[in-house]
Structure formats: structure tokens, C-alpha cells
Design a protein around this ligand. Sequence first.
Ligand code: TYM
Length: 347
Amino acid sequence: MTDAVQTHSSSAQFTPRIFSGIQPSGNLHLGNYLGALKRFVDAQGQGMETLYCMVDLHAITVWQDPAALRHQTRELAAGFIAAGLDPAQSMLFNQSQVPEHAQLAWIFNCVARMGWMNRMTQWKDKAGKNAEKSSLGLFAYPSLMAADILIYHATHVPVGEDQKQHVELTRDIAAKFNHDYGVEFFPLPEPVIEGAATRVMSLRDGTKKMSKSDPSDASRINLTDDADAIAKKIRKAKTDPEPLPSEAKGLDERPDARNLVNIYAALAGQSVDEVLRDVGGRAFSEFKPMLADLAVDKLSPISTKMSELMAAPEEIDAILAQGAARAREIAAPILERTYDIVGFVRG
Ligand code: TYM
């Protein structure tokens, strides 16, 4: 990550800073863990300031029951901490406690163009034929996401593959703002998409992304699943009849097999080739129990810790409030300078 800062001249004047977010919309799953959470933990303690946000303002772009939203926000925070994020090292907070996100988002709503938003594949997927009935917030969502990142002048954004387009849009918004106002104020942040599991697929269909909204619970491993549920879902995961290949290219055209190997590699902290060197030639009847053991080994401690933390929600709330207060110390002056650049009169 440090290399990217040195080579990317437009970000060079900015202190390297990491920001990322996850929606508290329930069903935190293995894709979120491998594509995002685990990588947040890996980035911690490498000398960069790190901010991680439960993006509750994003969650309400589709209906959320208020009591469920509150529970899901705390559960997500518990997931962050249980996965290894240390609130003393990383700022952990929920988005609505830092009002500067929404304030900057309004300005970006006036910078971003309708055409840019219309091209977002996530908008097209989520709104589909129902665009007329979707909330205005769902359409404007990427502009709020740009504000999440840029209100901290963040330079690095670890995300899964599906968020790449949104981070690229963030760069476009930053560049247009800088150009329109004749400043070099916002950095052009880099999406950081790394590792063997940047796109974890459904356990029931290796061509579809693992997703919290899939109606089949068997399609995903939730971070709240117990050891039995994890093992059962892996046992039932869709595969093909061939044994595993010995090299990564042997997984081309085998989406279900590739998905399970990617998951294994990411959980084990190995490359796909390293995994295949060990398991090449084996049948899935042998590989699946290995994967189940590894998944249980890595994920069970997280779900156990999450339940422990959820027993004291007031402690979670205090951590989020402290994280928000620290985050505001960075966000408030950046918003003030933005207001000055835009020409807002302030007393
Ligand atoms: P969200 O909440 O859908 O997902 C959170 C993170 O998990 C990653 N992810 C996956 N990675 C690999 N395989 C999968 N199947 C998979 N599913 C989800 C996502 O890529 C993401 O990194 N818009 C964002 C939240 C957000 C945000 C931000 C992220 C709001 N503001 C600013 C970064 C910076 C979202 O809906 O992620």
C-alpha cells in the first residue's frame, strides 16, 4: 500500500490514510470478512491512520426496521472488534454520528452528474426495473460514499471487487471538485483490492456473488453461524465432479471449484497455487472437510467473541461514540475548508 502512495503523484501531498465502510444491513458474511474486514485487520498497525465505519446512512437507502438497524449496527461493530480491529488503534464509528459525511455529500450531489450515477452497476442491479420506486438516496448513494472517503482526505480504500466502480467514481468527484474550484484540495483515493477472495461467490452458484440479500441462507456463511452450520453449508456447497487441479489455470471454467479454493487460500493466508500444490488431485469429498475445518477454526472464535460483545451493548455504543469523536476531529476542519472553497459565508 505504501508504494501506491509514493507512485501516485496526485495523492503524494496527502498523508496516507485508510478509510472503509460496511453497511449494517444484517447478515455479515464470509465475503464481507475476506473481501473487507480481514483486510482491515491486516492493514492495522502498519503506520497508517485507519478509520472504519458502519455506514448506517447508506443502510437506510432501502427500508430498515429501526430496532433491527440498531441491533445490526451493534452487531457489525462487534464483528469488527471480534475480527481483530482494536478501537484504540482504529477509529470505529457509525456514520450518522459524524454529520460531516452527510454535509459533504450534499456538496458532492451538486458536483456529480446524473449520467455518472446512472452508469453505476450497483444502482442498475439494485433498482432494476423498479427505478421509479427506488429511494432518491439509493440513486445518490455513491456521492455519499465519496463523501465518506473524502471527508477524511483518505488515500486508500480497501474494498471487495464489487465496490471498485464506486471508488473510481469517488476519484471522478474529487477531480471535478478540484477542477471546478481550481484547487488541489481532495486526494484521488486508490481502491485497494487484494488477496485471493476479492469476490467471494455464492456457495450455491459460483457465478453469483455471495450476498447478504440472497434469499438462500445456504448460499453464504454468516459470521454469526456456529461450527455445525458452517460445516453443513460447506458440505452442501455446489461443486463439479472433477478432482482439484494442481495449478490455478485448471480452475478456469470451474466457478464453484475456484470459489472454494479461493476461500481456502484467503482463510489460510496462502496463494491459490500454494493451496493447489497441496490439494491438487484430491476429490471434493476430501477437500470439503479440510475447508470446513479451516473455516470453523478461523470463524468460530469470531462468532463466539461477537456474542460475548453483544452481551454488553452499552460498551459497544461507547466505543462507537469515542470513535466518532476522534473521526470528527479530522472531518470538521476538512468540511470547514470545503465550505470556504465553495463560498459559504460563516460567522
Ligand atoms: P457492503 O456493505 O455491501 O460490503 C462491505 C464490504 O464487503 C465487500 N464484499 C465482498 N467482498 C468479497 N466478496 C463478496 N461476495 C463481497 N460482498 C461484499 C464489499 O466490497 C465491501 O468492501 N458501499 C459499500 C459501503 C461503503 C463504503 C464507503 C466502502 C459506504 N461508504 C466508503 C468503502 C468506502 C457497501 O455497500 O459495502
